[in-house]
Design a protein around this ligand. Sequence first.
Ligand code: APR
Ligand code: PHB
Length: 389
Amino acid sequence: MRTQVGIIGAGPAGLLLSHLLHLRGISSVVLEKRSRDYVERRVRAGVLEQGTVDTLVEAGVGERMLREGLPHHGIELRYGGAGHRIPFEKLVPGRAITVYGQQEVVKDLIAARLAAGADIRFEVEDVELHDLESQPYVTFGGERLDCDVIAGCDGFHGVSRPAIPEGVLSVFERDYPFAWLGILARVAPSSEELIYARTERGFALHSMRSPTVSRFYLQVPADARLEDWPDERIWAELRTRLETVPGFTLSTGEITERGITPMRGFVAEPMQYGRLYLAGDAAHIVPPTGAKGLNLAVADVRVLTEALAAYFENGSTELLDGYSDACLKRVWRAQHFSWWMTTLLHTFEEDDPYARRLQLSYLDYVTSSEAAATTLAENYVGLPFDVGR
Ligand code: APR
Ligand code: PHB
């Protein structure tokens, strides 16, 4: 079997790449380890930057997102007994975010790809990458896929990045001494906008998916186990951390999904080797506080699409050669923003009273200075997609 671009992984990165290439007349085959049902149900984050929304709409896969997604024009930072709104409409006019679950994006992309006759193989076993320097091919489940290039879109735990010979990549990493316990609950949101809450007991986030489904996260110890968090404990802790301003009551409901996510920043440089190009979580991950993971994947894929289009249209390798450099500026901006939001809002056990005062002082600055709030707002809604290109 032969294709122009062999894509490993059917997450948002791999699926969107396959779709954007199709729109440019470039063929691809997507190889995914999990079942279609599994990838469509996997609950992840849900904040889309304006550039991500625009990309999906331009690619013709934004119809349901525009109908069902929730446009948000601000977020609340809650601490010290008060809520402080960061008003996007005032600070970054014309730019907003859309709350729409990542698995909904994945469902829309799979539907569009299959409708266009795409070759997506689910539940493929033993994917291995070969001959990355010259004539790359992928083997899986006894089959062989020859390609001009391979796109490694198989997430943080995939096989693409480890297929790069030792010594080629520089890895930059930061582990946080806590995790997020996330739940999805059948209950109307208690707030119209997302609430990022900093308390002495740790961070909490109130997000949502629809008028009847809410999403919450709690900062928990890195070694926390779900079995130690029965429903009552989760709700009690969410109440303690969110019901900190007068008049706010948290509505509770049936918990339909739960999981624990480690918090980590990670970048592998360069994001390419020979004819292999890494995109999305395969190359970098961010702690979820800035809601950047999916948006970075979309930005990578846009850059890669342009580079591959130039290559297949006129044989030019200039953009492909510059792929990693073109992506990494944005990747590092997002790493910094995600680290900054994380340190601003979480409690660190090693923090002494002095460090806690510094954190509160910084929060006061961000919520009272227009310049500081604008820094948060413009990063949160997302920098323009041509940064670094
Ligand atoms: N072979 C084939 N597919 C694989 C393999 C493998 N060996 N290993 C992993 N995969 C698949 C996973 O099952 C998953 O469906 O690759 C896909 C990677 O998708 P994601 O993890 O969603 O990564 P990505 O597409 O880069 O999406 C960006 O942003 O919000 C964040 O982490 C969140 O997933 C999100 C990411
Ligand atoms: C979510 O809705 O899942 C979500 C929102 C904001 C974040 C992270 C996750 O920062």
